[in-house]
Design a protein around this ligand. Structure first.
Ligand SMILES: [Zn+2]
Length: 309
């Protein structure tokens, strides 16, 4: 239920963004842009609410807010940060990293789940502060480098734009990102964005090896056109392929771009009370099946609607 409410909250934020687009304020464009540059980005309050940073398993740590997930993967050669979150989130991420005894300055590689303002809005700032190499999946590179302007759905909405950041390495499906003793694999699970990325890596705990999967986003946002989408004609095929990829990945430790995907708060509450609650391959399978079902029913609805016209 909580997951549903959080998803609804995220959906409402996107809807409010769309309304803002439909009813622009009667200001001169230049003034509007200047005001928007300083305004807090849209989104539910929990996106900016601090959450205790903590070890998930082995060298994988949670350093995000209550509603936006960021992960730190530590190695002797420096760290990998996944998701810079909102353009206003970086001080919160820094604090989370420092509370664990690590330093933001040691982040050498910056990755994202996908090119939406709630996961890559802080990337320019993280790059500036750390000099980290920014590695992004091919389909999302243009969006990242235009600060969201070339996004097929939200590119025209000034409230959802963010500082552009240069990509240092373009990733392709199946590419590996290595740092120290860590190897992450980038799986293209497009649809939600053209370069939406699900990350996988192996970790060890108590002598056993576990597969970690960080889901990029399998969700169809309100307003997404799955049929006859002139700006993203292959969107439905991409989603379908993304689900095939997600179903093929072995997963013991289920994580994602928002904690709500995997009931992060409930699991965090059970940490240090027996078995590691983040080890949840059943939860992963159920989540992917549920989201696939939601995608296909939305596709069916839109296909039927298109035929009637
Ligand atoms: Zn998104």
């Amino acid at each position: 239920m909580l997951t549903r409410l959080i998803l609804l909250g995220s959906a409402l934020a996107f809807i409010s963004g769309l309304f803002a687009q439909a009813n622009p304020a009667p200001a001169k464009p230049a003034q509007g842009n200047a005001a928007q540059a300083n305004a807090a980005p849209p989104g539910p309050p929990d996106w900016s609410e601090p959450f205790p940073s903590h070890r998930i398993i082995d060298n994988v740590y949670y350093v995000g807010s209550q509603g936006l997930a960021s992960y730190l993967i530590t190695t002797p050669a420096g760290h990998i940060l996944i998701n810079s979150d909102l353009k206003t989130s970086v001080p919160l991420i820094r604090e989370s990293i420092e509370k664990l005894g690590f330093r933001l300055n040691d982040v050498k590689i910056l990755l994202i789940s996908h090119a939406h303002f709630d996961h890559d809005g802080g990337s320019a700032e993280v790059k500036k502060l750390t000099g980290a190499k920014y590695m992004v999946m091919d389909g999302d590179v243009g969006v990242v480098e235009t600060g969201g302007k070339s996004d097929f759905q939200y590119g025209d909405d000034a409230t959802l734009l963010y500082p552009a950041a240069k990509v240092d390495r373009v990733l392709h499906d199946g590419d590996e990102v290595k740092l120290g003793d860590a190897t992450l694999t980038a799986h293209k699970t497009a649809g939600h964005t053209r370069g939406c990325t699900t990350w996988s890596l192996k970790v060890r705990e108590a002598g056993k090896t576990y597969d970690v999967v960080i889901v990029g986003s399998p969700n169809v946002n309100p307003g997404y056109k799955l049929v006859d989408n002139a700006r993203y004609p292959e969107i439905a095929d991409d989603y379908a392929r993304g689900f095939r990829v997600l179903k093929s990945l072995p997963c013991d430790v289920f994580l994602g771009a928002h904690g709500s995907y995997y009931e992060m708060e409930e699991k965090y509450a059970k940490l240090n009370a027996g078995a590691n609650p983040y080890i949840d391959s059943e939860g992963y399978k159920n989540y992917v099946a549920d989201r696939e079902q939601a995608f296909f029913s939305e596709l069916q609805k839109q296909t039927a609607g298109a035929k009637k016209q």
